[in-house]
Design a protein around this ligand. Structure first.
Ligand code: HEM
Ligand SMILES: [Cu+2]
Length: 539
């Protein structure tokens, strides 16, 4: 591999917009996803801030009730389908999976480019509802029937967008599964794969098997709206509960499409910054598969108040508790990795620690919602809104930004300002918890979700939450500003391995050459996290 061109890095290879948007290099595609996904994320954040502003005081602050309904729906659609589902796999999976496996690209590079294009088309469709038809859907991101069949807002375009985006997700999953089976470098057995690769593997199977279900279900909504076929609307002979089953059969596993890659990232960050071999490699690897599997059988916990039989509700409740087991196994192993580690406090580690803290709040509030008795009280309250933001944003979102700070020097060959990153993290972390913890309290007090107004008794938690959203916005802007400043002014010469990581991406140049490696990577003999026999990486 050590040819003369091998040292041209992937930024230098070809220049110009077209060399990017038609690139089949997995690294460039990863960055295309990064830039587009961050743009949509900022749109979603803006909508979130608007909602929080409306909820600052009881009564109308900013927008009408109907506008508010459309804002939370668009916010949900953007955050779920355009940001958090693709996030870690599409950006860091694309960029790093082939490098971590010691190979030069994914199995189907053109399909990979196609999935980015499909993603962009789906995103444009989702945002086009702002100008076409009666405006963005007002159903909530769940599109529950029969309202979604009857409202005049542009539900059809929103669900078609989600349908199209599903293909992008499926193609990425397919690509990763084949890449992991076929392209591992000689000597890299399954049990020598980094845990990030394991997590992507489990995720990919969910993407491949569950996504078609939501695709078909959403098409049924379009058919129902256009032709009145009578699938979900009881006034024409349909069954709205059927819609809820079909929707959650995908959308619960989709929670693991969001969570598993984040677990994978955390399993990379902790050994690096504890400078210690990961504790319980196999347990972490196999628990990802267990979560992916059990995750298929618990969708009914979203429907405890929808009119399911008592037996079904008890079974779904018990099965929901089962998924806590493999998840707890991971948390124990992470904490054990930190224990007796030699901890090197750096920005990525801060994000990882915040992840563990916030994901645990998300997980425990999830158990409260999974318990049949307590869910009856909490269903459709702000407790749920607090819970899922802790999981998706406090969990996966923080893992995403941790990954960005971790792999930043590898991707761009420069280093951001660490001090500013630490300050930004602190503000972001405080803002996050100020924004969402009061939602849990408001929910316990009985405040329902999806309303633009509330009773005066809920004022205090709402006020704190809105102030928190401003603190969070400041932290977020500082973090992104610091990362962007780093592209232009960040210190160069970070070397191959600035953090002392042990997976293969740290053996190559920063930024990586077009072919990924300038020489054959060495696979650590005793598995991927053997800090006792850490290979010495020469510059
Ligand atoms: C600045 C950041 C954010 C703010 C201020 C914010 C705020 C809010 C608020 C106030 C609601 C509740 C609306 C209601 O029930 O009346 C909401 C709903 C929601 N948020 Fe966020 N959010 C933010 C970031 C995120 C992120 C990062 C995600 C996903 C990763 C997300 C996903 C959702 C979803 C799925 C809903 C439910 C929408 C629905 O009810 O259909 N949010 N958000
Ligand atoms: Cu669920």
């Amino acid at each position: 591999m050590a040819t003369a061109t091998a040292n041209i890095n992937f930024f230098q290879a070809r220049k110009g917009l077209f060399s990017w948007i038609f690139s089949v290099d997995h690294k460039r595609i990863g960055l295309l996803y990064l830039y587009s996904l961050m743009t949509f994320f900022l749109v979603g954040v803006t909508l979130g801030l608007l909602m929080r502003y409306e909820l600052l005081n009881p009564g109308k602050d900013l927008v009408e009730a109907q506008t508010y309904n459309q804002i939370f729906t668009l916010h949900g659609v953007i955050m779920i389908f355009l940001f958090i589902i693709p996030s870690i796999p599409a950006v860091f999976g694309n960029f790093f999976l082939p490098i971590m496996l010691g190979t030069d690209d994914v199995s189907f590079p053109r399909l990979n480019l196609l999935s980015w294009w499909i993603y962009i088309i789906g995103a444009i469709m989702a945002l086009s509802t702002l100008v076409f038809g009666d405006g963005p859907a007002d159903t909530g991101w769940t599109f529950y029937a029969p309202y979604s069949v009857n409202t005049t807002t542009n539900v059809s375009m929103s669900v078609l967008a989600a349908f199209v985006l599903g293909f992008s997700s499926i193609l990425t999953g397919l690509n990763f599964i084949v890449t992991i089976h076929r392209l591992r470098t000689p000597g890299m057995t399954f049990l020598k794969m980094p845990l990030f690769a394991w997590s992507l593997y489990a995720t990919s199977w969910i993407q491949l098997l569950a996504t078609p279900i939501i695709g078909i279900t959403l098409l049924m909504i379009v058919a129902e709206r256009a032709l009145g076929v009578g699938l979900f609307d009881p006034s024409i002979g349909g069954d709205p509960i059927l819609y809820q089953h079909l929707f959650w059969i995908y959308s619960h596993p989709a929670v693991y499409i969001m969570a598993l890659p984040a677990f994978g990232v955390i399993s990379e960050l902790l050994p690096t910054f504890s400078q210690r071999t990961i504790f319980g490699y196999k347990a972490i690897a196999f628990s990802s598969l267990a979560i992916a599997f059990v995750g298929y059988f618990i969708w009914g916990h979203h429907m405890f108040t929808s009119g399911m039989s008592g037996t079904a509700r008890i079974i779904f409740s018990i099965l929901t508790f089962f998924v806590a087991i493999p998840t707890a196994i991971k948390v124990f192993n992470w904490v054990a990795t930190l224990y007796k580690g030699s901890i090197n406090v750096q920005p990525p580690l801060l994000y990882a620690l915040a992840f563990i803290f916030q994901f645990m709040i998300g997980g425990f509030t999830g158990l409260i919602l999974g318990a049949l008795a307590t869910d009856i009280h909490l269903h459709d309250t702000y407790f749920v809104v607090g819970h899922f933001h802790y999981v998706m944003f406090g969990g996966t979102g923080f893992a995403f930004f941790g990954a960005l700070h971790y792999w930043y020097p590898k991707i761009w060959g420069r280093m951001y300002n660490v001090k500013v990153a630490n300050i930004a993290f602190t503000i972001f972390f405080i803002g996050f918890n100020m924004l969402y913890f009061p939602m849990l309290i408001a929910g316990l007090m009985g405040m329902p979700r999806r309303y633009y107004d509330y009773l005066p008794e809920f004022h205090l938690p709402n006020m704190i939450s809105t102030y928190g959203s401003w603190v969070l916005a400041v932290g977020l802007l500082l973090m992104l500003g610091n990362l962007i400043a780093g592209f232009y002014k960040g210190k160069r010469g970070v070397g191959r391995n600035p953090w002392g990581g042990i997976t293969l991406e740290w053996q190559t140049l920063s930024p990586p050459p077009v072919q990924n490696f300038d020489r054959m990577p060495e696979i650590p003999k005793n598995g991927p996290y053997d800090y006792e026999n850490k290979p010495i990486i020469k510059e």
